[in-house]
Design a protein around this ligand. Structure first.
Ligand SMILES: Nc1nc2c(c(=O)[nH]1)N[C@@H](CN(C=O)c1ccc(C(=O)N[C@@H](CCC(=O)O)C(=O)O)cc1)CN2
Ligand SMILES: NCC(=O)N[C@@H]1O[C@H](COP(=O)([O-])[O-])[C@@H](O)[C@H]1O
Length: 208
């Protein structure tokens, strides 16, 4: 299960990887919080089940969390991947499924919805991307993998973000593939890939 809110290039990378049986996973559905995005178009072109659960269609975040949980649960995913999904997930979803997120900065630096803009504004010379387990906080979950990307003179948000995405798509495919094939475990804030599926729970590292 992949959640998107935008162009879905990370989704496309996962779809391309999943076309090879050796990847060890299939994308069972794509969910979004808004209509009219390329990520949903990519899913529909590939005949993947796709759904939209909008916050504004529900009486508050708790109701949205419950509705999103129900739509995800219908597909019985082993893992949920947030790839450009721009809404903070609530306790119903996080308590039911392990969720992985990809973030365009080296967490804990520059959390939130505008990481690339914030890194440029700060003037860092190196940024990058982080794949992490998702918890109730905002980009505070245990880090699984990171990769650095140099900031170049003359970079703007678009050019830097595109360079980060080139790295991020490879990192996300590698991490998700290893998690679904080999499992993972979490000790405190430390994630180890391999060792088989974690015990059933939705908490980070809890698996299904
Ligand atoms: N419980 C969590 N949910 C999500 C996380 C997370 O770490 N914990 N990561 C995000 C993805 N993300 C950063 O990687 C992120 C996306 C959006 C926001 C944010 O502030 N969203 C606002 C609305 C923004 C909008 O609608 O444009 C909000 O949800 O109110 C912060 C971080 C995926 N979910
Ligand atoms: N804080 C969340 C956030 O900024 N996520 C970022 O949105 C982009 C989605 O690209 P895509 O739609 O082309 O995969 C990705 O770079 C992802 O890290």
């Amino acid at each position: 299960m992949v959640l998107v809110s935008g162009s879905g290039s990370n989704l496309q990378a996962l779809m391309d990887a999943a076309a090879d049986a050796a990847f060890g996973a299939e994308i069972v559905a794509v969910g979004a919080d808004r209509d009219g995005i390329e990520g949903l178009a990519r899913a529909r072109r590939a005949d993947l089940p796709a759904f939209v659960v909008k916050v504004t269609d529900h009486e508050g975040r708790e109701a949205w969390d419950a509705a999103l949980h129900a739509r995800i649960a219908a597909h019985r995913p082993d893992l949920v991947v947030s790839a450009g999904f721009m809404k903070i997930l609530g306790p119903r979803v996080l308590g039911a499924f392990p969720v992985v997120n990809t973030h365009p900065a080296l967490l804990p630096a520059f959390p939130g919805a505008h990481a690339v803009r914030d890194a440029l504004a700060y003037g860092v010379r190196v940024t990058g991307c982080t794949v992490h387990l998702v918890d109730a906080g905002v980009d505070t979950g245990p880090v699984i993998a990171q990769q650095a990307v140099a900031v170049r003179d003359g970079d703007d948000e678009a050019s830097l973000h595109e360079r980060i995405k080139t790295v991020e798509r490879r990192l996300l495919v590698d991490v998700v593939g290893r998690m679904v094939r080999d499992g993972w475990s979490v000790t405190g804030r430390h994630v180890r890939l391999g060792g088989g599926r974690p015990a059933a729970s939705g908490a980070p590292g809890g698996g299904r």
